[in-house]
Design a protein around this ligand. Structure first.
Ligand code: 3PG
Length: 213
């Protein structure tokens, strides 16, 4: 299930995890990421305008692959999908949200940090899950230990992934893609100038190309 999306995730390499407080930041954010070759975004439902921002990013850059993050319930998943979200990410494993997204045929990446979580996800036919918060749950060592019994299962770590360690994460075959906020921190574009976002996103994509070419 969702094999096409998993291939896409692999080719993206890094998915920026974005908190947008203002809808008007959506278009310049989408442009900055696309100019940098970072062709995806996870817009988190941590702000009230998340669904609107998803729609605005897609309108500005129709080729960008935008998903919704921090999705905690079916209602948020529905709003995200109605806004154009192409995938759903949750910080933890919710049976409800996973089943709902599968019913909608929308790729879902639930947060799974234990063998029990991963077993539940695999039971639904999922082959990639989020691993969050990665640093606090043991980072790459834990991912490698989990990958041993769950042959073929892959992870998208977020939480503590940064420019300094993303290369190490991406070098591990059990990693489908990495997520993180380091290139889209609100402070980087607080003044409405997205050039720092673009520069950090470009640097990050250089790493993806280096590791995965
Ligand atoms: C997430 O929601 O995945 C995290 O907030 C990303 O964590 P980071 O800020 O450490 O990248």
């Amino acid at each position: 299930m969702f094999e096409k999306f998993y291939e896409k995730l692999e080719s993206l390499g890094i998915v920026p995890v974005i908190v947008l407080e203002k809808v008007e930041d959506s278009a310049p954010m989408a442009h900055a990421l696309m100019h940098a070759g970072m062709r995806s975004a996870e817009v988190t439902f941590r702000t009230a305008c998340a669904a609107e921002c998803i729609a605005a990013m897609i309108e500005a850059e129709p080729e960008i692959c935008v998903g919704a993050g921090t999705v905690l319930n079916n209602e948020q998943a529905d709003r995200a999908v109605a806004a154009g979200a192409q995938f759903i990410v949750s910080p933890g494993y919710s049976e409800d949200v996973v089943a709902h997204c599968i019913g909608l045929n929308v790729p879902v990446l639930p947060g799974c940090v234990t063998p029990t979580d991963i077993t539940a996800a695999i039971g639904h036919g999922l082959h990639v899950t989020k691993f969050f918060p990665a640093a606090q749950y043991g980072g790459l060592d834990t991912i490698k230990a989990l990958a041993a019994p769950f042959v073929g299962h892959r992870f998208m770590p977020t939480g503590g992934v940064s420019a300094a360690n993303v290369e190490k994460y991406l070098s591990c075959p059990a990693i489908a893609a990495c997520g993180g906020t380091w290139m889209v921190k609100p402070a980087l574009f607080a003044d409405g100038d997205f050039s720092a976002v673009e520069a950090k996103a470009r640097e990050a994509m250089d790493i993806v190309r280096r590791v995965r070419s």
